[in-house]
Design a protein around this ligand. Structure first.
Ligand code: UDX
Ligand code: UDX
Ligand code: ADP
Length: 464
């Protein structure tokens, strides 16, 4: 079957860019992205494409090309579902904050709401594609709801996990290492549905790079990929602490190790800790699933990746306190960067949030500069932790839109995100305007030690 109308529920970091690329590459398919968040849809529809709600290099150009041609953004979820042959579910699946599985299991309430809505509205056969990262066997739950509450139409469920990384989303979508499609490959209808989605991606992805599997392999592959990636970061971060004690340099170690082709050089960058919406959530999910099958050794093995990451964030913050003569009370600390990595305005699970929280508990005054993150987001992230009142967060944290205002009169500067522009700052000016001794903490191994020490900084970098 040929797909003519696609609907995507959820206009976020995954749904937005993915649908923009599908629309650009498949001009004969109408793509409608819907969301219940009116502000988000309004921002996607803004006349000025630079105002779209998600910052990704190259994205605004693609949106500009496809929007109002065959790419549409709307809050009318029912209408888009009704019209579509294929529906992507790309809503958020945060970790549960209540009840059984609190702090570990994925909260599937948004997914379930979508399924019930699709079932209620649909009057023609649909292919439903899970795009959000979901626990293994969610497809089964989806199918159950759709088949039992629907209008007797046929639903085929596919799992098509997204592997794009933020900051490089457009490039990852245009040139994916692979596209993974899981479906009910034992039935004709299931195989047809898989083929329909293969045909969409074949517009720009080589057929050999499109893998088809059963639904559960597909679902589990996504969790496995993220767990392996996160594990590499925790592994190198574990080594960073040992490097600091022994005089080895973690960058040198990473290079030497990564040149072994069995290991590979990517994803071995030591940092203040990984963040983002996926790694922690997916590993917690994996741990929860393993435990629910009584696989305690498997669960403990993966949980250690999170324990190490939490340790890395805490260790970075406590090192700041220790170095500043065991107190930061009333001291101004400048944080350069708030996003969880460069080239995105996303702050979910960003290490900066936890470092700031730790320092605030030690009574520090925090000033934040990030080239893409808005002030309200910084406050929302801190408020969400519930460590102190919203009022106090606003009194003790300021967010500025210039790096030099951020660092002026500070006792210490900490690099939290590896934004390229931080390398090019006038570090001499920053030094001159800081209190002395001027402490500089590099949580990303972004800056050169020699030049900073020459200027006069007391320089500390992760893993050296
Ligand atoms: C990740 C996966 O890479 C992607 O395939 C999946 O679809 C979603 O989750 P994302 O979270 O957007 O993507 O970014 P990623 O580049 O993986 O970085 C995650 C975190 O790890 C960031 O905080 C980053 O700074 C950190 N990181 C990454 C390191 O600290 N060191 C590294 O070597 C790599
Ligand atoms: C290892 C290192 O590979 C080598 O670089 C180092 O110099 C010495 O230690 P070796 O122990 O000889 O070499 O063999 P290797 O191929 O690494 O296998 C080690 C064990 O891991 C074997 O029992 C092998 O069967 C097992 N293995 C390896 C797996 O179970 N799965 C794999 O994917 C790879
Ligand atoms: P991701 O990184 O997975 O894309 P986001 O939080 O950026 O996550 O995006 C998910 C989007 O899904 C949000 O904009 C949210 O408003 C939207 N959403 C959640 N539930 C529904 C629903 N039932 N119907 C429509 N949109 C929804």
């Amino acid at each position: 079957m040929k797909i003519k109308n696609i609907c995507c529920i959820g206009a976020g970091y995954v749904g937005g860019p993915t649908m923009a690329v599908i629309a650009q590459k498949c001009p004969e398919i109408n793509v409608t992205v819907v969301d219940i968040n009116e502000n988000r849809i309004a921002a996607w529809n803004d006349q000025d494409v630079e105002n779209i709600p998600i910052y990704e290099p190259g994205l605004s150009k693609i949106v500009e090309e496809a929007k109002d041609r065959n790419l549409f953004f709307s809050t009318d979820v029912d209408a888009a579902i009704d019209k579509a042959d294929m529906i992507f579910i790309s809503v958020n699946t945060p970790t549960k904050t209540y009840g059984i599985g609190k702090g570990m299991a994925a909260d599937l309430k948004y997914i379930e709401l979508c399924a019930r809505q699709i079932a209620r509205v649909s009057t023609t056969d649909k292919i439903v594609v899970e795009k959000s990262t979901l626990p293994v066997r969610t497809a089964e739950a989806l199918k159950n709801i759709l088949d039992n509450t629907g209008n007797g139409v046929n639903f085929q469920i596919l799992s098509n996990p997204e592997f794009l990384a933020e900051g490089t989303a457009v490039d990852d979508l245009l040139n994916p290492d692979r596209v993974l499609i899981g479906g009910d490959i034992d039935t004709d209808k299931g195989r047809d549905a898989v083929q329909a989605l293969v045909d969409v991606y074949s517009h720009w992805v080589e057929r050999d790079n499109i893998l088809t599997t059963n639904v559960w392999s597909s679902e589990l592959s996504k969790l496995t990929a993220n767990a392996f990636l996160a594990q590499r970061v925790s592994s190198i971060n574990a080594m960073s602490e040992l490097c600091e004690k022994t005089g080895a340099d973690v960058n040198e170690v990473a290079k030497a190790v990564g040149m072994d082709s069995r290991i590979g050089s990517k994803f071995l960058k030591s940092s203040v800790g990984f963040g983002g919406s996926c790694f922690q959530k997916d590993i917690l999910n994996l741990v929860y699933i393993a435990k629910s099958f009584g696989l305690n050794e498997v669960a403990d093995y993966w949980e250690q990746v999170i324990i190490m990451n939490d340790h890395q964030k805490r260790r970075f913050a406590s090192n700041i306190v220790k170095t500043l003569f065991n107190t930061v009370s009333g001291k101004k600390i400048a944080l350069l960067g708030w996003a969880f990595k460069k080239d995105t305005n996303d702050t979910r699970e960003s290490a900066a949030i936890y470092v700031a929280d730790y320092l605030l508990n030690e009574q520090a005054e925090i000033v934040v500069y990030d080239p893409k993150v808005k002030k309200e987001q910084v406050y929302a992230d801190l408020d969400y932790l519930n460590s102190r009142s919203e009022k106090e967060n606003r009194q003790r944290v300021s967010v500025v839109n210039d790096p030099y205002t951020c660092t002026k009169d500070s006792h210490a500067v900490a690099v939290m995100t590896e934004w390229d522009e931080f390398k090019e700052l006038d570090w001499k000016k920053i030094y001159n305007e800081m209190l002395k001794p001027a402490f500089l903490f590099d949580g990303r191994r972004l800056l050169e030690r020699d030049t900073k020490e020459e200027i006069g900084f007391e320089f500390y970098a992760i893993g050296s």
